[in-house]
Ligand binder design. Structure first.
Ligand SMILES: [Zn+2]
Length: 60
């Protein structure tokens, strides 16, 4: 995924910065504890499509 993209996208819930989880190809919002998936290199920034982070994922 393009790192410049990461700088312009924000969490749709809190408008905060997202962290890229390369291993799982997810964008993480630690504030909301949500993980947004990346499909075919395109982040799916929809709260309805996001899943709650587990404690394990938050720790990584
Ligand atoms: Zn957020």
């Amino acid at each position: 995924m393009d790192h410049r993209l990461l700088e312009i996208i924000a969490c749709p819930v809190c408008n905060g910065k997202l962290a890229l989880n390369k291993e799982q190809q997810q964008l993480i919002c630690k504030v909301d504890g949500l993980a947004y998936s990346i499909r075919d290199g395109i982040p799916v920034l929809l709260e309805s499509e996001a899943h709650k982070l587990t404690l394990d994922e938050e720790g990584s």
